[in-house]
Design a protein around this ligand. Structure first.
Ligand code: PLP
Length: 399
């Protein structure tokens, strides 16, 4: 037999499968709420004005495309640190934080996972139940056993904090705990400030290794507000791993711009950590691409463009908030027996809507509205033109 003769077909990606079915649907009223990207009110992925202007600036001085350093563009790494830790951060001043440009947030997670497998090979990984669908596969592919800690409580449509903290109190020291820094995907349910405080205390006291995934900074309550948890973890001493992404906040999905930052306990440790992180990168893809990193670094370090970005990001955040409110208010009229108030408390692009699998099936088959089987909908796929149709349909399927 040849090498490939016995290879089986891999399972289809469930979320990409939704988009394929949506694309093939001929219903003119069709809506794809299964996606994981931000759409504007016209139902399009936006090209931010700050990105367009930064690209125009870069085009004025066309530069040769030599290799970037292994850890990426220095100006980018510096800008990322100031964004995630705050410009006045002590961990930056004390040179305890290292940052490497990565291929999106996924790339940041994979670098961290590969680094951890080298230096903490016997640790196991703990992710929230449920979590972003790629977390488990990504850490497993890096060689880890992946477990769940309790997170979502379907009865309260909020966080099962007792379950979560109870689990963190019992898992072995040295375990790697993946936490969504803000805007939990898929549920939209975040911890309160007081709950974060407790989590940070337990993680620190018990010697767990926190790995913060921040894919939606600026989509919750604001840039600094959403980054607060990262800063609190950093202040707690380290080690801390942080992957962040600009896919959503700059609408630069295809450019693959993100980073991995690691907070060490001393500057000396940090220098050794960075040297080893570079080895992980070198043996993986050698060094990152130039364009996206240059665009983000230009925007973040040019005051006028930075202001424009903050305004445009606020625009996306506010539009999502408005869609959450419209969703709840319109359902109050059409389905007064049901309470959807929790949807306005959720943060980020997603909502665990509480719709059941049979209801999701009915939405698709009878109304050409596509959602994830778990009931996850992307609030950023709602707009002023499709919301009435969507609400009418939801009101009918939950009757
Ligand atoms: N982490 C979470 C929680 C996400 O939702 C996503 C994207 O959907 C990512 C990481 C990956 O981001 P990127 O597209 O930048 O790789």
């Amino acid at each position: 037999a040849t090498l490939f003769a016995s290879i089986e077909m891999a399972p289809r990606d469930p979320i990409l499968g939704i988009t394929e079915a949506y694309n093939a649907d001929k219903n003119p009223n069709k809506s794809n709420l299964g996606v994981g990207v931000y759409y504007d009110d016209n139902g399009k992925v936006p090209l931010l004005e700050c990105v367009r202007k930064a690209e125009a600036l870069l085009m004025e001085k066309p530069a040769a495309r030599s290799y970037l350093p292994i850890d990426g563009l220095a100006a980018y790494d510096k800008a990322v640190q100031e964004l995630v830790f705050g410009a006045d951060s002590k961990v930056i001043q004390e040179k305890r934080a290292v940052t490497a440009q990565a291929l999106g947030g996924t790339g940041g997670l994979k670098l961290g996972a590969d680094f951890l497998k080298r230096f903490s090979p016997n640790s196991q990984v703990w992710i929230s139940d449920p979590s972003w669908e790629n977390h488990r596969a990504l850490f497993e592919s890096a060689g880890f056993v992946v477990n769940n800690y309790p997170y979502y409580d379907a009865a309260t449509k909020g966080v099962n904090f007792e379950g979560m903290i109870g689990s963190l109190k019992t898992i072995p020291a040295g375990s790697i705990v993946v936490l969504h820094a803000c805007c939990h995907n898929p549920t939209g349910a975040d911890l309160t400030d007081a709950q974060w405080k407790e989590v940070i205390q337990v993680v620190t006291e018990r010697g767990l290794i926190p790995f913060l995934d921040m894919a939606y900074q600026g989509f919750g309550d604001g840039i600094a507000e959403d980054g607060k948890v990262v800063r609190q973890f950093a202040e707690a001493g380290g080690p801390v791993f942080i992957s962040n992404s600009f896919s959503k906040s700059f609408s630069l999905y295809g450019e693959r711009v993100g980073a991995l930052s690691i907070v060490a306990v001393t500057a000396d440790e940090a220098a050794r950590v960075l040297s080893q992180l570079k080895r992980v990168i070198r043996t993986n893809y050698s060094n990152p691409p130039t364009h996206g990193g240059q665009v983000v670094a230009t925007v973040l370090s040019t005051p006028e463009l930075r202001k424009l970005w903050e305004d445009e990001l606020a625009g996306m955040r506010v539009r999502i908030r408005e869609m959450r409110e419209a969703f709840v208010n319109k359902l109050k009229e059409k389905a007064p027996d049901h309470n959807f108030d929790f949807v306005t408390k959720q943060r980020g692009m997603f909502s665990y809507s509480g719709l059941t699998k049979p209801q999701v099936d009915k939405l698709r088959d009878e109304y050409a509205i596509y959602a994830v089987d778990t009931g996850r909908i992307c609030v950023a796929a709602l707009n002023t033109r499709n919301i009435d149709y969507v609400i009418d349909a939801i009101a009918k399927v939950i009757k």
